[in-house]
Design a protein around this ligand. Structure first.
Ligand code: 13P
Length: 336
């Protein structure tokens, strides 16, 4: 087993998943504003430190994706954030893309940037304790999108990123996210997601990326949030499994879904059904941002100093996601 494959398994096996706490300062400011909290470096640290020192980190969270500001922060007790995460047995990770910008000649679409100087930044993050990384390509779905241009240019960037990350002995999370925004059907989501993922793997192979040392972070197959033709949860799980089974090479050890705007319960229930029906050899788990943090953020905003209340809320959510990663979640356990 390669060193990279060992890191992958440490992060996603045994019912563990990933806490995506890599919101940029801009996104985090939006999240904090929504619960009437000032977005200062101290508050951002306090919320994240509260989550990272929760009991559920030991059994439910195999990796945490951080943002540049957070990986360099030190807790009140003088421990660095990567050390705090490692002390619970989880692996510290880092978002390394620098965001999505307008794509020239298809300006309604985005291209993710961050390749310039990436090799040097990766060395710095490795020294700070990171052992895995994330890069997100983002695609909108409509009749004409994603365009061939967006599909190929984002896949090329994802592959160049992944190759550089492995060169620096870290595991790349490869995240091609097709957005839920819009009125498209689940069938269109299925077709476009399959196409995007297939092209991503063509480019990953072209760039000689070791597929046993990556984690794929895709969206689930869902109808658009404005669609009148929603599909059932059972269909979501079946279509998602069918799509991944036919487009992801078998060397890939695991798939960690993004929540992408689903509610906490939806994201948990869908993952649970995916695992109950999992007829593939892939580990299927979570790499959730909002679907792990939403309730905890609300609880925390009531009293920023009430560490216990925030951790109780977070522990419950993490435990439910971990049950779902093993296909063992139920409504009864959710409401217990
Ligand atoms: P959500 O689960 O909130 O979609 O965030 C996951 C993520 O990391 C998106 O890049």
């Amino acid at each position: 087993m390669s060193e990279l494959n060992k890191i992958v398994l440490k992060i996603i096996s045994k019912g563990k998943g990933i806490l995506a706490a890599d919101e940029s300062n801009g996104t985090m400011t939006k999240r904090l504003k929504a619960v009437n909290v000032n977005s200062t470096p101290e508050n951002r640290l306090l919320f994240r430190e509260t989550l990272f020192s929760s009991e559920s980190m030991k059994d439910c969270i195999g990796g945490v994706i951080l943002y540049d500001e957070t990986i360099k922060q030190i807790t009140k007790s003088g421990v660095s954030i990567p050390d705090l995460i490692s002390s619970s047995g989880a692996v510290p990770g880092i978002k390394v893309d620098t965001g999505a910008k307008d794509l020239a000649n298809s300006t309604e679409e985005k291209i993710t940037e961050g390749l310039d100087g990436l090799r040097e930044r990766l060395k710095e993050y490795f020294d700070l304790g990171a052992r895995f990384t994330k890069w997100r390509g983002v695609y909108k779905i409509s009749e004409k999108y994603p365009s061939k241009l967006a599909i190929h240019s984002n896949a090329e960037a994802l592959a160049r990123y992944a190759a550089l990350v492995q060169e620096n002995k870290m595991v790349p999370i490869v995240e091609p996210e097709l957005l839920m925004d819009g009125d498209h059907s689940a069938e269109i989501c299925f077709n476009r997601t399959s196409e995007v993922i297939k092209i991503c793997f063509e480019k990953l192979l072209l760039h000689k990326v070791d597929l046993s040392g990556i984690i794929l972070k895709p969206n689930m197959i869902l109808a658009g949030d404005q669609s009148k033709n929603k599909i059932t949860k059972e269909e979501v799980s079946q279509k998602t499994l069918e799509c991944l089974n036919s487009s992801v090479p078998s060397e890939v050890p695991g798939i960690a879904f993004l929540s992408g705007g689903q509610s906490e319960i939806e994201a948990t229930e869908n993952l649970d059904l995916i695992n109950k029906n999992n007829n593939t050899n892939f580990i299927m788990t979570y790499s959730y941002g909002r679907a792990l943090q939403q309730s905890a953020l609300k609880t925390w905003s009531i009293n920023l100093k009430d560490v216990e209340a925030t951790q109780i809320t977070f522990n419950h959510r993490a435990k439910m996601c971990s049950l779902a990663a093993r296909g063992k979640w139920s409504n009864e356990l959710e409401n217990k």
